[in-house]
Design a protein. Structure first.
Length: 283
């Protein structure tokens, strides 16, 4: 395999996630702070001149890919809008857990858009690129923004945000959680009072990582008991945990280095740091 480009796609954590309402079309209105962390997928690209788009998994060559693979959809959308006759072979080294609320698929799609612009020699206006990103998923535009952000609306209102450097423990139990099941739950709280960036920033004395809550967490714990078990395990380490996104991963701020007890078999436990910026910022 001759990779013309090799690019990183970082995961994110939602420091909090509030649902403030629901639009007439069913989309939920949210507020959140999205934070980039040093847990990455890696994408490899090789130019094709025949216009074909292929995608393979490095970890499991020949494995069947999802019919609605976001990376392929991103590539085809960029190809269509830009009018290029070029194509690409894409390989994905998948490390970010799926159905974890860590944005792995969305991050892969965003990094694909940025990498293929370079590989194909096309440059779309930022607004057009964001339009493509939003058509792929609510979290994809964030991963084009270059850093941490205050996010509102359905994910399209993005305000860059500086965050203090910090360490975290991220726990992903074996079970995953489909986002649709949580957002369709009748018991989901959808009327949390609107927060402000100013209110969040006022907590930047170190308490910023305890701001707010995740409105999806109570429903997720009902649908997936392993979320609660993961939070209980963090509590046993003396840490206050919270679910990220729509789960099933949970995380806790790590104010100082800590020797963690052994986790149950099959759980992924990882110490992470937040990033200064997205690896592809400025592309």
């Amino acid at each position: 395999m001759k990779a013309i480009y090799e690019v990183a796609a970082p995961a994110k954590l939602n420091l909090f996630l509030h649902i403030n309402g629901r639009r007439a079309d069913g989309y939920h209105l949210l507020q959140s702070v999205f934070m980039l962390i040093d847990w990455f997928d890696t994408l490899h690209f090789e130019l094709r001149s025949d216009g074909r788009i292929t995608r393979s998994d490095l970890g499991s060559p020949g494995a069947a890919l999802p019919a609605e693979d976001l990376v392929v959809r991103a590539a085809r959308a960029l190809q269509s809008v830009s009018g290029t006759a070029l194509g690409a072979d894409i390989w994905l080294d998948k490390r970010i857990p799926s159905q974890a609320g860590m944005g792995g698929g969305s991050s892969d799609a965003a990094s694909c858009l940025l990498a293929l612009q370079r590989l194909w020699g096309v440059t779309l206006p930022p607004g057009k690129l964001r339009e493509i990103a939003l058509s792929l998923g609510a979290d994809v535009p964030f991963f084009l923004s270059g850093g941490h952000a205050w996010v509102e609306g359905i994910g399209e209102q993005i305000t860059p945000l500086a965050l203090p450097a910090a360490r975290f423990v991220v726990v992903k139990p074996p079970a995953g959680l489909p986002t649709d099941a949580i957002f369709k739950a009748p018991q989901l709280k959808r009327d949390t009072e609107t927060a402000t960036i100013q209110g969040f920033a006022a907590n930047c004395d170190g308490r910023v990582y305890g701001f707010g809550h995740n409105d999806l967490q109570p429903v997720a714990q009902t649908l997936c008991p392993q979320v609660g078990q993961s939070l209980d395990w963090l509590a046993m380490q003396g840490l206050q945990g919270r679910m990220t996104g729509s789960g099933s991963a949970v995380f806790a701020h790590l104010p100082h280095e800590l020797e963690l007890a052994a986790a149950p078999s099959g759980w992924q436990v990882r110490k992470c740091s937040n990033l200064e910026a997205h690896p592809l910022a400025g592309w």
